[in-house]
Design a protein around this ligand. Structure first.
Ligand SMILES: [Zn+2]
Ligand SMILES: [Zn+2]
Length: 441
């Protein structure tokens, strides 16, 4: 049997502050635990070294404004690059699955980046998915986000993508950052139903997660039949986590992993540095490697009872009802400067909690039955006049959408501070900036 790949990038010199949950020693205890258990000596574990993500790979997926060089990206580029190293090992058939134990995390970073939010600047899984599509021809991908927080950034990146199924199960957004992730968020007009959000009540434990997986998530994945399954493996559902209020154990995480059988897992959050991370990471790794995980136990005992399964079942019933009966509500706007076709207009704003400002976004997507549709996003910081734009021609774009994308790109240059063309169809990424002109990545 092929080995399980493991890659460790603890970013010991990157943090958001000495007392911040996302700080240097976050993975220290995990590293010690794995060494102590002799995990790296197992014949079915293969360790890989971190890598650096090229900017071309980042910009294929995320528009970074005013320019990539305006942000401190070093640690983020290595976290993302490390996911690419493992992804490549998987695509080449060297490993049967893999776990990238990296920080900083990425799942709150979306299609546009104006700063850091939810500790994230670059979306490691998003960059990984599009890397594997561009270079290895992977077509259908399912991403299952098991972090306690809604994977709003990943949802944003793939919201219009019919070939990516994004599923996030998380603590209900009415009780936790970032406040989104409800069943009515089901995907854009060309990818309706390809986003599935399952907000769970605080106190949901192992049994509850297994129930949701069995009844809802696994059938959905099976129906989609992906070529690749990625797990955004956040560990802040653990009962000792200081940021959230869920009740999952290390055993629970191992079972989730065993049931999902992800090809690639990428670490997201998890801030119980001593009480959870060493045990949860070990349990996930053993489950991936097909080893016995039944003896992995955290030192602390559960502090409160799980939410009874009966309660969760009726809650799940309500969610299913809401999901099934949500009707799409699109605003079609005929704007003179847009190329031919029907363009759906979706305005929204996003709060950057780490950096403390609001991003105002105006998204437009070309409705299309033959492809994911060209996407045009206009963005700015609120209270600032400078605006930026992104044009995305999707993988497997139809000729009309591709042409619409090129026409838009030509038209938009000179009208913004910067414009990014993400031509995923022909693997071309171009960035125009008012002072620097066009750079090809
Ligand atoms: Zn989290
Ligand atoms: Zn099209």
């Amino acid at each position: 049997m092929k080995p399980t790949g493991i890659l460790f990038f603890p970013a010991f010199d990157w943090s958001l502050g000495e007392t911040h949950p996302e700080r240097e020693e976050r993975l220290l205890y995990t590293q010690e635990q794995l060494l102590e258990e002799g995990i790296l000596d197992l014949p079915n574990i293969r360790q890989y070294s971190p890598g650096l993500a090229p900017l071309a790979e980042v910009l294929r997926t995320q528009g970074i404004f005013p320019s990539p060089h305006a942000h401190e990206l070093d640690a983020h580029l290595i976290a993302a690059g490390s996911a690419l190293v493992l992804g490549e090992a998987w695509a080449k058939g060297e490993i049967r699955n893999g776990f990238a134990l990296v920080r900083p995390p990425g799942h709150h970073a979306g299609a546009t980046v104006l700063g850091n939010r939810g500790f994230c600047t670059l979306n490691n899984e998003g960059i990984l998915v599009n890397f594997l599509r561009a270079h290895y021809g992977v077509k259908k991908i399912a991403i299952i986000d098991t972090d306690v927080h809604h994977g709003n950034g990943t949802q944003d990146i793939f919201y219009h993508d019919p070939n990516v199924l994004f599923i996030s199960l998380h603590q209900d957004g009415r009780t936790l950052y970032p406040g989104s992730g409800f069943p009515h968020e089901k995907g854009g007009p060309n990818a309706w139903g390809q986003t599935l959000n399952i907000p769970l009540p605080p106190g949901t434990g192992d049994e509850g997660f297994q129930y949701i997986l069995e009844t809802w998530i696994l059938p959905k994945i099976q129906e989609f039949s992906p070529d690749l399954i990625i797990n955004s493996a956040g560990q802040d559902n653990h009962f000792t986590d200081p940021l959230a209020s869920m009740n999952v154990t290390a055993q629970g995480y191992a079972k989730i992993t065993d049931m999902l059988k992800p090809d690639l897992a990428v670490l997201e959050g998890g801030y119980s540095i001593e009480g959870a991370l060493p045990y949860v990471n070990l349990a996930i790794l053993l489950a991936l490697a097909g080893e016995d995980f039944s003896n992995v136990r955290e030192t602390e005992q559960l502090r409160r009872p799980h939410i009874p399964l009966k309660t969760l079942k009726s809650y799940g019933f309500e969610l299913t009802y809401e999901y099934k009966h949500t009707q799409p509500q699109w605003t079609v706007r005929n704007e003179l400067h847009l190329p031919a076709g029907e363009w759906v207009f979706i305005p929204h704003s996003i709060y950057y909690d780490t950096d403390g400002f609001q991003e105002i976004r105006h998204d437009r997507v070309r409705r299309c039955q033959n492809c994911g549709g060209t996407v045009y996003i206009e963005t700015q910081r609120s209270l600032e006049k400078k605006k930026y734009a992104l044009v995305r021609i999707p993988f497997q774009a139809c000729p009309e959408c591709a042409q619409a994308g090129y026409d838009l790109w030509d038209y938009l240059i000179g009208r913004y501070q910067a414009v990014l063309l993400q031509d995923q169809l022909t693997n071309r990424t171009e960035f125009w900036h008012i002072d620097q002109g066009v750079t090809t990545y």
